[in-house]
Design a protein around this ligand. Sequence first.
Ligand SMILES: Cc1cc2nc3c(=O)[nH]c(=O)nc-3n(C[C@H](O)[C@H](O)[C@H](O)COP(=O)(O)OP(=O)(O)OC[C@H]3O[C@@H](n4cnc5c(N)ncnc54)[C@H](O)[C@@H]3O)c2cc1C
Length: 465
Amino acid sequence: MVGAEHSKGWEQAVANRGFDLFVIGAGSGGVRAARFSAQRGARVAVAEDRYLGGTCVNVGCVPKKLFVYASHFRDELADATRGFGWSVGSVDFDWPTLRDNKSQEIERLGGIYAGLLSDAKVRHVEGRATLVDPHTVEVDGKRYSAEHILVATGSWPTVPEIPGRELAITSNEVFHLETLPSKVLVVGGGYIAVEFTGIFHGLGVDVTQLYRGPLFLRGFDDDVRTHLAEQIRSKGIDLRFETNVTAIEKHGHVLRATLTDGSTLDADQILFATGRHPNSSNLGLEALGVELAADGAIEVDEYSRSSVPSIWAIGDVTNRINLTPVAIHEGVCLSETLFNDNPRAPNHENVPAAVFSQPPIGTVGLSEANARSRFGDVDVYLSSFRALKHTLTGAAERTLMKLVVDRASDRVVGLHMVGPEAGEIVQGFAVAIKAGASKADFDATIGIHPTSAEEFVTMRTPVER
Ligand SMILES: Cc1cc2nc3c(=O)[nH]c(=O)nc-3n(C[C@H](O)[C@H](O)[C@H](O)COP(=O)(O)OP(=O)(O)OC[C@H]3O[C@@H](n4cnc5c(N)ncnc54)[C@H](O)[C@@H]3O)c2cc1C
């Protein structure tokens, strides 16, 4: 009865005054902003036209990581038999089982998101939303007024304008393939391209990865980039730089890619992981005077407010740091700013990140190059070694660990790793980096033996550069 009364009062308030916050996009950032704002007493609605949970849950982090797990088993089985005395009968991999188990889990998560929104009394409006004026949103012909509008529409894969582009797939389709291809061409040099190269290779697919620049993973530390390229090649993957696709043709079941050097390459699937752009077009933003950057990102101030005071934006559509935990953090800050009388600007310093390549990367803080340009004199501690496990497996894989230290303050300003469990290890060290730990603090920390992680607290001699 109390619930029903509350609900009646809430509906009446909405009918009289509209929503306090209307969120466009129920992805990582939008859901968090909507829930937290509603929990602080705001009347909130969220429109979603595709899938609750957004990119991360449906076609991003979560299904990707499940595929990464699946792709590890081949190497693990080989390691077990090569070095640790196991014998394994014939092994086989069934793609539909993995794909469908993954889809079932994603469906379950979609239900959880729906529950989270309804528990928080956020009204879920299904359909594509556009902005009509600074306080009005339209979904399927119905108009909703709101004091504040939050655009959290994410980003979308960018596909190069080449003949035959429609024959290729993007990360949107790769999670639903009917059959596992036997030969894949991955085009791109960002983390998504690198991750799918590892996934397909691990599942037994013949993979070629092309990147148009001299070295992939722009923005990451150079030693990390070079080391990962070596590791990928040492697994027998055909990784080519300074190469791109200029056209795709279909010949029977085969896709034939023409490359920049004039040669051709045949594959069953071609995956374009060639970047993403902010999902800001056809929302009505320009007509309202919302300023967009050249790449379509919504320009926002430090509190995520756009050039129109009642319109705010968070997550990938603002193209700041395009990661789920960052979108969530921006959503939390926004709800504090708007509904808790506590203006809070998101902090984008020292955001840790992982690339689930094989081996994976973990990183926090500055690359050596960025640290040098910010601080001048830096000391670099670098270690490359074969992990203990591989002394028995014979695998050639090597782990890389690197610390970048500002010489003047002794602060560790960059910490990077390429090796098993890099994401898990660096998440812990990220707390130390965020807290401003010095190299002396690292030296004073006793290692956990035998681990790879202990290397971070036992490196003593800077490399000559
Ligand atoms: C393959 C892949 C792997 C990734 N892996 C990782 C990872 O390992 N770790 C990590 O941190 N990040 C990862 N990311 C990035 C992460 O998914 C994004 O940074 C995150 O989802 C951004 O959240 P968001 O709220 O800005 O947008 P999204 O989560 O994309 O949500 C936007 C939502 O808005 C909806 N929408 C758009 N327009 C409208 C409209 N007009 N009306 C109604 N609804 C609309 C969309 O349907 C979508 O659901 C990955 C991304 C991809 C593509």
